[in-house]
Design a protein around this ligand. Structure first.
Ligand SMILES: Cc1ncc(COP(=O)(O)O)c(C=O)c1O
Length: 390
């Protein structure tokens, strides 16, 4: 079924004001996501924050149900948190790692995740190994498998990196992790909302994501999937009275489900908005979204590559909606500013956002133009036209 792009754009207030190619930063919210949050904020103002949360319990419960449905998981395996970094950290810092334990990752690692690994290496003495890439830039899964040893406790890989069009072969990593009985934590922050994600097919034991990017949800929302069988082994460094029950003066019991990764206080309007965004993405169709993004992103890459002075930096055989480029004569920040002056939104990715990959490939500061299904061919022409006339 083909998408009704005009209708989807009409349902996106921002499309009337900006040409938005910053979907890997934060996508434009559709009207129902905006409306659901505003309705709840008005209810909070009218009857009180706690009272309105009780009244909206069906809606917040549905956020867990919607995410579970999207991921082929169960609601009790889906925690609602404030962002992808918190989600990822709830698993990583919740693992009982000791000195000499080994964590295996890949070059496309996101900065905040790798900083977390360095922090635990410094505090606990864990060892971090980075698997190399294959000739196309994907994580080399055979090499990764050879790097597994008896003290490998976790495999943590970024699905779609922040700094380029690569899609890592998460399913292959999942197969290797399963064969060796090692938990696999997938950072799906940039892939959630731009492609179908099925945790069974991916073979991951935990998956972290954010609401504001390709899912088109509110800022300050994120979620975590943890396979039920892994939950009992994880205890976050921060545990509150929602995550655990204080049963005796000297004792608490962690909840056996997703609650142990959450906190009591949440942005209820944001949580409702995230659920609506996930249902919206499923109604549009994640396979259709993937197809449309792929076609638009490839078109954008081809148009940029044809421009004098422009280098497109995306690696990988099959690519995501993230397009990165630099210009031989103009700095990335200047390009971003010039585009912004024409109401064209992009962002700049700096080497430190994915340092291992940036150093390996010698990447400069790059302009990141990330497409979503509601972008159009005309918008791509506007963007490339603006770059041509810099
Ligand atoms: C690949 C990747 N992982 C994790 C994150 C962190 O997400 P958040 O800012 O929601 O914590 C980002 C953010 O850009 C990202 O691109």
């Amino acid at each position: 079924m083909s998408m009704d792009i005009a209708a989807l754009r009409a349902d996106t207030p921002g499309c009337a004001h900006v040409t938005h190619f910053n979907n890997a930063g934060a996508a434009l919210m559709p009207q129902p996501v905006l409306q659901a949050q505003m309705d709840h904020l008005r209810l909070e103002a009218r009857i009180g924050g706690y009272e309105s949360a009780v009244a909206a319990a069906d809606k917040t419960d549905d956020t867990h149900a919607a995410i579970a449905e999207m991921l082929n998981a169960r609601p009790k395996e889906i925690a609602f948190v404030d962002n992808a970094t918190r989600a990822w950290g709830a698993v990583f810092f919740g693992m009982p790692l000791r000195e000499g334990d080994h964590v295996l990752t890949a070059r496309a690692s996101y900065a905040s995740n790798f900083i977390g690994m360095l922090q635990r290496a410094r505090q606990t003495g864990i060892e971090i190994d980075v698997a190399p890439d294959d000739e196309h830039g994907h994580v080399d899964v055979e090499a990764l498998e050879r790097m597994i040893h008896p003290r490998t406790r976790l495999i943590a890989v970024t699905h779609v990196p922040t700094n380029g069009g690569l899609i890592n072969p998460a399913e292959d990593v999942g197969r290797v992790a399963k064969a060796h009985g090692i938990p696999f934590l997938l950072d799906a922050c940039q892939s959630a909302g731009q492609m179908p994600l099925d945790v069974e097919r991916l073979g991951c034991d935990a998956l972290s994501a954010t609401g504001r990017k390709f899912l088109r949800g509110p800022r300050g929302t994120g979620f975590l999937y943890v396979r039920e069988s892994l939950i009992p082994y994880l205890e976050s460094p921060i545990v509150d009275l929602h995550a655990a029950e204080w049963t005796r003066p000297d004792h608490y019991e962690l909840h056996p489900d997703r609650r142990r990764f959450e906190t009591w206080e949440v942005n209820v309007a944001g949580k409702i908005g995230l659920g609506v965004a996930v249902r919206y993405a499923m109604a549009v169709g994640l396979a259709e979204i993937r197809q449309r993004i792929d076609s638009l992103a490839n078109r954008l890459r081809a148009s940029l590559e044809a421009l004098p002075g422009v280098t497109v930096h995306d690696s990988g055989l099959v690519k995501s909606g993230i397009v990165t480029f630099s210009h031989s004569e103009h700095a990335a920040t200047l390009i971003k500013e010039r585009l912004l002056a024409q109401h064209i939104n992009t962002s700049v990715v700096v080497p430190s956002s994915a340092l291992l990959d940036a150093l390996h490939r010698g990447l400069p500061d790059m302009v990141r133009a990330s497409v979503h299904y509601y972008n159009t061919e005309d918008e791509i022409s506007r963007l490339t036209g603006a770059v041509r006339t810099l």
